[in-house]
Design a protein around this ligand. Structure first.
Ligand code: 5GP
Length: 193
């Protein structure tokens, strides 16, 4: 049974790069790909970044109780399919998920064990710049995402770890996260099995 690691950050907080680097560094690790109704960004790939589906299909799957947890974020649905998470935890030692604070709290309520790490931005203006750089975002969406970011930061107090991701120091942030994951694996002695 693998370790579920939740890596959250506000939109534009750098969790994609962090997760992709960790996947290369950590043996027997995999990314938990979420399902969303958000339209793909220019560089997004189906089945790599997300499974992109329509709102109708997402609502059909909610009705069929296929999601372990789901959330509406900036007017789009995001969710973790139950069967998929079970399959991933059975197949890998480390399963990296990028769900946000509500998703994490819902998993806690369901008593799903996880290691949670929240990446805090060092400065809200840097966050704004990073969201803008990614493209495909209207001024309204930008303001909405920054508003959500403030709320997420406030709601992240009960994460196991909160790490400030200093602008220009991403490798250090990744290193810290990697050490936290390896320490938890050692404690749960998954590495020995
Ligand atoms: P983005 O549109 O920037 O890729 O993601 C928006 C937000 O949705 C991010 O904060 C991300 O953490 C969150 N998110 C991605 N997948 C899931 C999921 O499966 N469940 C929940 N609750 N949130 C998710």
């Amino acid at each position: 049974m693998g370790l579920l690691v939740i890596i959250s950050s506000p939109s534009g907080g750098g969790k994609d790069v962090v997760i992709n680097t960790l996947l290369k560094h950590l043996p027997r690790s995999a990314r938990l790909i979420s399902t969303t109704t958000r339209p793909p960004r220019p560089d997004n790939k189906e089945g790599v970044d997300y499974f992109f589906i329509t709102r109708d299909e997402f609502e059909r799957r909610i009705a069929a109780d296929e999601f372990l947890e789901y959330n509406i974020y900036a007017n789009n649905y995001y969710g973790t399919p139950r069967a998929y998470l079970e399959k991933m935890l059975a197949s890998y030692d480390i399963v990296l998920s990028q769900i946000e604070v509500n998703g994490k709290h819902n998993l806690d309520k369901l008593n799903i064990k996880n290691l949670s790490i929240f990446m805090l931005p060092d400065d809200i203006n840097n966050l704004r710049k990073r969201i803008a750089k990614r493209g495909g975002i209207t001024p309204e969406v930008m303001e909405h995402r920054l508003e959500i970011a403030q709320k997420e930061i406030a709601a992240s107090v009960d994460y196991d770890y909160r790490i400030v991701n200093v602008e220009g120091k991403l490798p250090e942030t990744i290193d810290k996260i990697e050490k936290i994951i390896l320490k938890r694996l050692e404690e749960t002695s998954i590495l020995d099995n």
